[in-house]
Ligand binder design. Structure first.
Ligand SMILES: [Zn+2]
Length: 844
């Protein structure tokens, strides 16, 4: 692809005066933007997209211009280069795309309403006003907004409102910032406010469809997160306020607009009296993530999108650092081990995956960059590795330097390594570049060879992989001093194993704490030594053991059948993450059995065997004062018991349903999904279906909505499945932002798969028109690839997606996903018999 010339090279804005008149009724935006800046050449380009430009003036004189749609550009001929004030007048449509300036829809007491908000990352500011829409093109902004306003409406932006004149709202001049972080919103809003110790005003805003107490949790977390960051970064929050706004229609999870963070409602608002602990933790980490960006991303911004990882990896690590500090009892780093770590290990093992740092040229590629498992999860893991090497004191000192050197400006990864290196006297860049610029990660084999304990590294692949001779500088974190701190060779010999074992008095282990991005393959001697006393290891080490073995099985370096006998060893653990690791393997075994088969019955028996003691211990109802681990383990084991079709579990869930059928929303949120799903699956009827779908439309509780989605998509009734698929395109029932979860639910349901698959193939164009502009679009393909497992589906997948392989932004995803399904099909073919034999043996 051709190298895109950056517009900042031709014109460098310093200040914008933006006037917008937004009419919801006519769905039209009228705008006038004045940009002061320095023209480096006499022909300059600024960005626009879908703007109908009326006039362009330079220093108050009309100048000639052309619109270049292919490059989102206005090309302007100036009388001369130098200091220039450009004025552009234009109109633009107000569309429902969830990008640029867009409406969100909701209902209060049956009355349809809308709220206008913005989403400008990555490159949608250009749909709202002409600008140099590149992160490096930082400037100050004066925003003035008029709209078809009625009484009781509120307008918010990055900065406080200065005045209202003739219906025009004027905001204070911003600090120097990037275009993608500009935001505003207006409509009928409710709010809750507080102030941090240092005097920053913190607010949470939502539509009036929500109960007021749904804003409380977010307000508390936001306030304490900002206080934490001001201390940790030793750098004050740079703006007068920090608003958190929930938008009813939102494409991503949340967006770190400076001073006006926007969120999907599910990630900001919650019922403080009935929300599961893991959901509260998720909301807290999302808020802490966005607020980490207010410094890292907003105050200091990546120079270009190739360093997007710098923003996201860092915020993804800091969300855990912050929440661990303000809610220590949650042990939130354990969640990192069961969410980000496996996401990164899985995705990063497929050959063809992008590296964390990746070149990007055109806008479609920029959106495809948001490969969450890599840019967020693997990147965070890299920084966790750095943090473990540096320690927090050096990390904080380095960050303070970094913010001082680059505030209100831009930086690259090298700048961060330099600041951290200076603070720690370590060559951080030299260690990190092998992780940053290379895709994939190593498996370190630990073996006793000729009596010597020997380590070697090799790239780990799930599925076919082309050996490219990659090597990494691996922080080993071995528990024997003989292991080097950093392994930078292909192979190392640690010396005589028997001597080492005797001297250390414990089994040899690597990657203790699981902070480095690699997996370990121990030979039989070493693994047996660890397994002999595995249940006395800490929870993260037990999870890590199960997780690494699972990946070795996925990568065909170990048989899944060998994992089956291990499961019962860990089944009585009270640690949530051990159970999470255990049932991740157990759930993986489902791919080896067919519906209604003898093998499935055996697997169900295994699930019953693994879960029965825990179900008896924990029951369906939470007990006062029970541990967080018990709260979080209960859903895992109940889910297993219901998969097992344990009669008692089915009856208990049915009883809970019947006793609460007139107030299902009040069922404990931790187990509600199982009660509803059990009812739909085992006692379903059209009446129940209608009742739940109506509740879905009416409730404003995102957790309840998600539970209903999960329940309804598990129906086995073909007529009801058709009804669900018909609802996919009915935005009054299923909002486009929520459609992927519904689609996934039906596709994963063996009775629904054909209907969902037919739908997406037949209505691909509709899907592309509805969510195609959006960075989530390609994840529909990922979802399909995460489910398909037969040669027939593989062939159908290829037939449908291979012709689309040249679509910008989809190329890599389609290539990777074909490989993902191929690998699964092959794994099942190769291992089905052995796995089912092992399960049969385990339940004898
Ligand atoms: Zn982020």
């Amino acid at each position: 692809m051709t190298e895109l010339k950056r517009f900042y090279e031709t014109f460098q804005p310093t200040h914008y005066n933006i006037y917008l008149d937004i009419n919801r009724e006519n769905k039209k935006i009228t705008g006038k933007t004045t940009i002061s800046g320095n023209a480096k050449e006499s022909t300059i380009s600024i960005h626009q997209k879908d703007l109908a430009v009326d006039t362009v003036q330079a220093n108050d004189q009309d100048v000639s211009f052309t619109i270049d749609r292919d490059n989102d550009a206005i090309r302007i001929d100036l009388p001369q280069a130098g200091e220039t004030t450009l004025t552009v007048t234009y109109t633009a449509p107000l569309t429902d795309s969830m990008m640029g300036i867009y409406p969100s829809y909701y209902e209060v007491d049956g009355v349809k309403k809308q709220i206008i908000g913005t989403q400008f990352e990555t490159n949608f500011a250009r749909q709202a006003f002409p600008c140099v829409d590149e992160p490096e093109a930082k400037a100050t902004f004066d925003l003035a907004i008029k709209f078809d306003e009625h009484a009781g409406e509120t307008i918010l932006s990055n900065m406080p409102e200065k005045k209202v004149e003739n219906g025009v709202h004027y905001f204070d001049t911003t600090v120097r910032m990037s275009t993608y972080l500009i935001a505003f919103a207006f409509g009928e809003l409710q709010s809750k406010m507080t102030t941090t110790k240092s005097g920053v005003k913190v607010g949470v805003f939502a539509t009036k469809a929500h109960k007021a107490n749904e804003l409380d949790f977010a307000l508390d977390i936001a306030k304490r997160s900002i206080e934490f960051y001001e201390d940790f970064y030793q750098t004050p929050y740079p703006l007068p306020h920090s608003w958190q706004l929930a938008l009813p229609d939102f494409s991503a999870g949340a967006m770190e607009n400076w001073g006006l963070v926007t969120y999907r409602e599910a990630y900001l608002l919650l019922d403080p009296d009935n929300t599961a602990l893991d959901m509260k933790q998720l909301v807290a980490t999302v808020i802490a993530h966005e607020l980490a960006h207010q410094w890292f991303g907003d105050l200091v911004t990546m120079k270009w999108w190739d360093d997007l990882w710098l923003n996201e990896s860092f915020a993804n690590m800091m969300e855990y650092v912050a929440i661990d500090a303000i809610e220590p009892d949650w042990h939130i780093w354990e969640t990192f081990q069961t969410s980000d770590v496996p996401a990164a290990l899985q995705r990063d093992a497929t050959d063809g995956v992008q590296s964390v740092h990746v070149q990007v040229n055109n806008p479609a590629e920029i959106d495809a960059l948001f490969d969450a498992a890599i840019v967020y999860a693997k990147g965070a893991r890299m920084l966790v590795m750095v943090r473990a090497l540096l320690g927090d004191d050096a990390l904080r000192a380095g960050l303070k330097k970094y913010f001082e050197a680059h505030h209100y400006g831009n930086a690259t990864g090298a700048d961060l390594w330099a600041a951290l290196g200076e603070a720690s006297n370590l060559d951080v860049g030299a260690i990190m570049n092998s992780w940053l610029d290379q895709p994939g990660y190593p498996v370190v084999s630990a073996s006793v060879i000729d009596g010597n304990l020997t380590l070697s590294q090799q790239q780990f692949f799930i599925g076919e992989g082309k050996e490219a001779g990659r090597q990494w500088r691996i922080p080993l974190n071995g528990n024997y001093d003989a292991a080097p701190e950093i392994m930078d060779q292909q192979q190392v010999n640690l010396g005589n194993y028997n001597d080492l074992r005797k001297a250390n008095g414990k089994p040899f282990r690597l990657n203790v704490g699981n902070n480095s991005h690699f997996i370990v393959k121990y030979d039989k001697t070493l693994l047996d030594d660890i397994l002999a006393d595995a249940t006395s290891l800490d929870a993260i080490s037990q999870l890590q053991l199960l997780q690494d073995l699972r990946y070795l099985a996925e990568g065909h370096q170990l048989s899944y059948a060998a994992l089956v006998p291990l499961l019962s060893k860990f089944a009585d653990s009270h640690a949530t993450i051990v159970n999470a690791g255990l049932y991740r393997i157990a759930n993986d075994l489902k791919k080896f059995v067919l519906a209604e088969s003898k093998e499935k019955k055996q697997l169900q028996a295994l699930f019953d065997q693994l879960s029965s003691k825990q179900v008896a211990r924990l029951g369906w109802t939470g007990k006062a004062g029970e541990s967080n681990d018990d709260q979080l383990t209960r859903p895992i084991v109940l889910n297993a018991a219901l998969y097992a079709e344990n009669e008692k579990a089915i009856a208990s869930a049915h009883e809970l349903f019947s006793a609460n059928s007139d107030k299902l929303e009040t069922l404990s949120a931790a187990i509600r999904v199982f009660v509803l799903r059990n009812e739909v699956k085992n006692f379903g009827s059209e009446a129940l279906f209608k009742k739940l779908l109506t509740a879905y439309r009416q409730t404003s509780d995102a957790s309840y909505k998600s539970d209903i989605c999960s329940a309804l998509t598990s129906t086995t009734d073909p007529a009801l499945i058709m009804k669900l698929v018909e609802s996919f395109e009915d935005a009054n029932t299923i909002k486009p932002q929520d459609l992927r979860a519904w689609f996934r639910g039906v596709l994963a349901n063996e009775d629904g798969q054909q209907a969902a698959w037919d739908w997406i193939r037949n209505d691909w164009q509709w899907l592309e028109d509805t969510v195609g502009g959006d960075m989530e679009f390609s994840t529909y393909i990922t979802v399909i690839a995460s489910i398909f497992k037969t040669p027939t589906r593989l062939a159908e997948f290829k037939a449908f997606f291979e012709p689309k392989i040249q679509t910008p932004g989809l190329t890599r995803e389609i290539q990777m996903d074909i490989k993902v399904i191929e690998t699964r099909v092959k794994l099942i073919k190769d291992e089905r018999q052995a796995v089912n034999d092992a399960v049969s043996e385990a339940v004898k």
